[in-house]
Design a binder for this molecule. Structure first.
Ligand SMILES: Nc1ncnc2c1ncn2[C@@H]1O[C@H](COP(=O)(O)OP(=O)(O)OP(=O)(O)O)[C@@H](O)[C@H]1O
Ligand SMILES: [Mg+2]
Length: 538
């Protein structure tokens, strides 16, 4: 019996053409948003929710892409977002260009396997070249290079015009959350920087606060607004009379019994409150509710109580203040107990008015110094976009602080690599030569797109750029002068982007090249697609 394959089958050149078409369609969507003069996208989902963004990963996540090859690109940008945080647009554009050029080679009868090994070789050479020749040590450049990196990542975003202000804020925040892990490395966790969005005011009214901010406010206005030298009890239960669970009924006929039951309930709450007070806590944070009786207790003793705080936040606060999230008051012996060792501590807990909201700040946490960026903006769309941009910049600052290497931006690295890889290709006598030369050309898509988006003559500018890099690489004397040449998108000329302060983390470039090559190779390896018809629902 012949082997039968059900479904639609596409093979060889057809499937490659189809994949390239899908991938280019995705890349064309994000292309116009690349660079400091790139534009934004407006996306509306099926529920009518609007997103305005410039972030490659967000654009692609919101698009419901169906084509399998295009999906690989969507995942590629998500990967870059997770691993690096920035460069999600570049990586997609680069992967699509690599694939397009590979397909042209296949059409000229170069076998995909040769192309794949050529691309892998080129990727390796490119990463080595960046690390050895282009990357600069942060320690040699001085502290302003951190701000410059943050500024470069912000320059393409909505907050670009207030860039200096926000870039400094991101650097300050990341420096303040430095922690040393058990193996002795200094880490800068992005999660320790909490971003709180409050509608109202201008973007430039945003501020960095040393401490953790909670959107919740005091359970009662009679409680104090400020508590100094705070001892914080973090509770995961209610401080109120327990309402009966659904479906449970109690039938009581004797009024005395009813009264006794009420009394027991009240006593239970009172006992819990007394335990919390006895432990020395002067701030109570709970995931549950705080009832009338508990409020009364707290008000009398000048304790701040906050209720209905998400557990996720309480866990963070526990970590920051060195406290324990208490789910149950009973100890190992089965008796109710709460000790002062279980409490978190902070210098100050304060409620302040921000815009039209009350916000509680926990300042001077004892374990890690948490930072909060309080974002202000005229509407939610803008706030969400600022949040994404700030996140990108925080990630960039983290990468620079942890890997300590930067490269000049604005197409400098790509142009240098393209010149270098062409030399590598020329020196090779194997069939990978063609693929490496195409890889070199493909990288130029970044400076080309940057120039195009800036309404400049891309061909002319990229030729100039290559000229400078050729001079730098062939003449030792002119190396220092020209090797950091990148684009100036304001006037459409070439300039030294190191001197201009357009810097990016070296790791971001290296990872982008690695991921883009891997994605292109994954798609290039496909030469057969079998799609089963969808089964009709019974
Ligand atoms: N002032 C500048 N002059 C020249 N080029 C710049 C400048 N600022 C940024 N760039 C370049 O713009 C590119 C980054 O653009 P953009 O931030 O829009 O995309 P991305 O980082 O790839 O993706 P995303 O930020 O959406 O995750 C980089 O190649 C960078 O070198
Ligand atoms: Mg960026």
């Amino acid at each position: 019996m012949a082997l039968s394959i059900t479904g639609t089958r596409i093979t060889g050149a057809d499937i490659r053409a189809q994949n390239v078409q899908a991938v280019l369609a995705v890349s064309n969507i994000v292309k116009t948003s690349l660079g400091p003069v790139g534009l934004d996208k407006l996306l509306v989902d099926e529920l009518g929710d609007v997103t305005i963004t410039n972030d490659g990963a967000t654009i692609l996540k919101k698009l419901e892409v169906e084509h399998p090859a295009a999906k690989i690109l969507v995942e590629l940008s998500a990967l870059q977002d997770a691993e690096v945080g920035d460069g999600t647009t570049s990586v997609v554009i680069m992967a699509a260009e690599l694939l397009k050029r590979a397909n042209e080679l296949v059409k000229q009868h170069v076998h995909p396997t040769s192309i794949i090994s050529g691309y892998q070789r080129a990727k390796k050479e490119a990463c080595r070249f960046i690390a050895k020749e282009m990357a600069l040590k942060v320690s040699d450049l001085g502290p302003e290079c951190l701000v410059n990196c943050a500024l470069t990542s912000m320059s393409s975003k909505l907050i670009g015009k207030d860039g200096n202000y926000f870039a400094q804020m991101c650097v300050d925040a990341m420096l303040a959350v430095a922690t040393v892990n058990p193996s002795g490395q200094t880490k800068h966790p992005v999660k320790a920087v909490n971003i709180l969005k409050i509608v109202g005011g201008a973007a430039s009214d945003s501020e960095l606060i040393s401490g953790f901010a909670l959107e919740e406010s005091r359970a009662s206005t009679q409680m104090p607004k400020v508590v100094m030298d705070a001892k914080i009890a973090l509770l995961d239960f209610c401080l109120r009379k327990k309402p009966l669970k659904f479906g449970i009924q109690m039938v009581i006929t004797d009024p005395a019994e009813l009264e006794a039951m009420r009394r027991t309930e009240i006593e239970a709450v009172e006992r819990k409150c007394q335990l919390v007070i006895d432990s020395g806590a002067n701030v109570v944070l709970t995931t549950g509710g705080i009832g009338e009786i508990a409020i009364q207790y707290m008000v009398e003793r000048g304790i701040i109580g906050l209720r209905r705080i998400p557990k996720r936040k309480l866990r963070v606060i526990a970590k920051l203040t060195g406290g324990v999230l208490i789910t149950n008051l009973s100890n190992m012996e089965g008796q109710d107990d709460l000790t002062s060792a279980q409490l978190g501590s902070a210098q100050k807990v304060e409620e302040r008015r921000v815009g039209d909201r009350e916000v509680t700040f926990i300042m001077g946490c004892s374990s890690t110094s948490a930072q909060t960026i309080l974002l202000r903006g005229p509407n939610y769309y803008m706030l969400d976009e600022i949040d994404r941009s700030i996140h990108d910049s925080l990630c960039v600052v983290k990468r620079v602080l942890e890997s300590k290497r930067v490269v000049p931006g604005g197409g400098a690295v790509e142009a240098a690599l393209s010149v270098y890889l062409e030399h590598v290709a020329e020196s090779m006598a194997s069939r990978e030569q063609l693929a490496i030369a195409e890889f070199a050309q493909a990288l130029l898509i970044i400076p080309k797109t940057l120039a195009l988006n800036g309404a400049h003559d891309a061909t002319d500018l990229v030729a100039q750029l290559r000229g400078f890099h050729n001079a730098a690489q062939s003449d030792e004397k002119r190396k220092k002068k020209y090797m950091y040449t990148g684009l100036n998108l304001e006037n459409g000329r070439a300039r030294d982007n190191l001197a201009a302060g357009v810097l990016e983390p070296a790791m971001s470039k290296i990872k982008a090249i690695k991921f883009a090559t891997e994605a292109a190779v994954t798609i290039l390896r496909i030469d057969d697609s079998i799609k089963k018809p969808r089964q009709a629902k019974k």
